[in-house]
Design a protein around this ligand. Sequence first.
Ligand code: ADP
Ligand code: MG
Ligand code: MG
Length: 878
Amino acid sequence: MPKYVYGFTEGNKDLKELLGGKGANLAEMTNLGLPVPPGFTITTEACRRFLAGGGVPDGLWDEVDKHLHAMEDGMGKRLGAPGDPLLVSVRSGAKFSMPGMMETVLNIGLNDESVRGLAAQAGDERFAWDSYRRLIQMFGRTVLGIEGDRFEDAIERAKRHGGVTSDLELTAEDLRRLVRTFKDIVKDETGREFPEGPRVQMRMAVEAVFDSWNAPRAIVYRRQERIPADLGTAVNIVAMVFGNLGMDSGTGVAFTRDPGTGNQGVYGDYLQNAQGEDVVAGIRNTIPLQELEKIDASSYRELLGIMRTLENHYRDLCDIEFTIERGKLWMLQTRVGKRTAEAAFRIATQLVDQGLIDMDEALERVSGDQLAQLMFPRFAGHARLIPIAKGMNASPGAAVGRAVFSSERAEELTARGEEVILVRRETTPDDLAGMIAARGVLTSRGGKTSHAAVVARGMGKTCVCGAEQIEVDPAGRRFTAPGGVVVEEGELISIDGSTGEVYRGEVPVMASPVVQYFEGAGDTSDDLIQAVHRVMVHADERRRLAVRANADTPEDAARARGFGAEGIGLCRTEHMFLGERRRLVEDLILAVSGEERQAALDALEPLQRSDFAGIFAAMDGLPVTVRLIDPPLHEFLPDLTALSVKVALAGEQATARDRRLLAAVKRLHEENPMLGLRGVRLGLVIPGLFAMQVRAIAEAVAERRAAGGDPRAEIMIPLVGAVQELEHVRDEARGILAENGVEAAIGTMIEVPRAALTAGQIAEAAHFFSFGTNDLTQMTWGFSRDDVEAAFFSRYLELGVFGVSPFESIDRGGVGRLMSIAVEEGRAARPDLKIGICGEHGGDPESVRFCHDIGLDYVSCSPFRVPVARLEAGRAAL
Ligand code: ADP
Ligand code: MG
Ligand code: MG
């Protein structure tokens, strides 16, 4: 039988898995000689067994009793004994802190008899009855599941009856009556008497804490924080100390530094004559911790000393919970505290300067997510405004602009110098131009991995998605929100991508100083910028992975370079076929004769060449991987329904071109276009298309070279599943390169599972691989990227099929395994094979780590994510 119970002297801070964070740290503080009340911890293992069914594990209560006896002997009191009762708290505490998510019950051991003993011992009737009513209230709520309001209402009535406003003013007699009322409530709600037996109370509380692991709010919190669902919570049983024993007693919380900024100082709140939750519950006004110095100087000094001890011991910011009982200080909790992104960077480097940690550890203590947060613009103090709607916080930041309801209007207004927010039910690739033009994107449908969310995050653009309370009416150019709010086109709105809130009107916005720094314009005297700088320098020193950017324009390329990109890992060419060039693409598709086709290609080529030359110039001296055209051609043609209607309405008057276009749209229509005629298949089926692109690349290289530049083109073939496909395209491309007297590596994307599985063969014909993990995930799981999320992902997350969407973070077990196979077999066939990743995952911290682990050469991500990837690549190498 495993050991289920650990005394505080038996544990230590490294046993969080088993004892939970609270238990492990209570043990650590006990062993440091700090004043912690005696107690012991029931392990998470016991909880897991309990939750698996069949009640508490055999032997658990015996072990608990043994530890309780030892505690009773040490203190010379028995749990709930009538004359001089020992009281305990029963406290949850999981491996990862889940603030307020689970349960704690104080004052266990009180009943109609022991309350008198407690009063006699303390010489304070009021205190004893106050403690008793708290027990019934907390026990009723958390163990018996009674609505908390029933008790709160009774307290309100008691105050009114007594003609007082604060619970402190309730007399012993008021509280005694309140206890009776509370017990009636328990009887009324549960049909049973409040349990008077101290052991029964304790056991019921322990089981309730176990159960609270699966409370709905705990489940929601775990999903949000990506905490595994099967860890379970530990339970701490701690001898009570009393902050409600008069004005020389009290309870408080404190941080060893400011968790908002990282600055050193005294930060905390204190409440006299109070117990536990009172401080955070906001029932009474707390006082700043500094004022404790005037109330109880010696406890205050002791507390500051302990805080210093803890910071030096944990070598990090700690938060603590403490109680003072008649002038005696007790420590009730500590942990390494949560902090803002800004504080994380500051604290990490301050601790280096204090000699407590080294730069490696500083790097470990900040994250890519935190850096990303620092890079988004933010609202300056909008706390007083009331949002008109709330959606998902899809891409952080703060954006203000005029509401527009189509991509075209977004572009029009932006061209006039207006700032706009694009409001759509959901976005499609057709909205891309509008999204680029807009300051932010608001949708009423779709989740965190919807098109709008993914694209916006990639662009570093603020996005709130799935704001279901709003009704978007694109035709009427307005949206409505609850409460009869109607927002017309052109009205100013503000969206907060960090909270998902939507406001009417303009909320003031601040630019992120960290982005200014990356752009070479930041205020380097700012200590946050210095902290970020030091960490980034160290990350760059440590990392083995190179970081490239996905960029399609010279502007994006230049920006990415500023952010530290060491090349372009994915230059998509399909964006170069949109806008005014659509007509040329239509000509290509409509061509019947070889001559017509060539004419269309000849018209496109110079346009492509100058696009490439611009990008090569921006990335001079660094590799630029150009992907040949990938999407199905009908994406460049008009919409089938719209065009059918147009032609039908025009009747006899329909133009010949429209008729031909309609025929082409019908001909190219596919049931399943993502698995249809696209990628390398286009190159093999449409004569001259890839050749035109390769020629444009070759000529752009030659042109840059002639101008004294150092262009480094790499040609990437998408959607290859068999080496034969690649060979055909490669041979043609080689010929064209040779004609132009230039060289370029030719490689392929690995995004079809078959390509990963035959990577050994494919590597024979490829200089490099680049994992297209979006398609690879889509095809490995058989998930349509554009549909599944709204359809059933939330259910899948709920069921634990996966803890995080595989489109957000690489699914190591499936997609990741295909990648490992491809790396291993590709390198076996061609030892100098260069391998990278260019899917959306390239900027995801977890995925960057995985890419490091399987030995990729680089990751490529959107320009805005480049610093994040640099940081995470550095952390992965530690
Ligand atoms: P949470 O995890 O929600 O912070 P805790 O288990 O820390 O819950 O309990 C909440 C508060 O109850 C503590 O901050 C402390 O003030 C009070 N408390 C818990 N145990 C004791 C105890 N043994 N003596 C006095 N107060 C206690
Ligand atoms: Mg606590
Ligand atoms: Mg792809």
